[in-house]
Design a protein around this ligand. Structure first.
Ligand SMILES: [Zn+2]
Length: 76
């Protein structure tokens, strides 16, 4: 794993997030894929894989449905 993949600022932010994660609340995580966005929740659920032209509010809407225990689109 390359040393510079995570910036010091993000490392500090991740440490601050630890206390929030321990509460078990849902946090949206979006990662860069080859030609898509990989979307997960901090609770471990895969929200889905999204094309780059999908609007961010659709992704957030899917994640909100997951956090409310409702079904969501899974891919767009
Ligand atoms: Zn979740």
């Amino acid at each position: 794993m390359p040393n510079k993949l995570i910036s010091p600022e993000v490392e500090k932010f991740a440490q601050e997030l630890e206390s929030i994660l321990q509460t078990g609340r849902h946090l949206l995580v979006i990662g860069e894929g080859d030609c898509e966005s990989i979307v997960m929740c901090s609770c471990g659920v895969d929200i889905g894989v999204y094309r780059p032209d999908v609007a961010a509010d659709l992704i957030v809407n899917d994640w909100q449905r997951h956090s409310m225990g409702l079904p969501w689109a899974q891919s767009r």
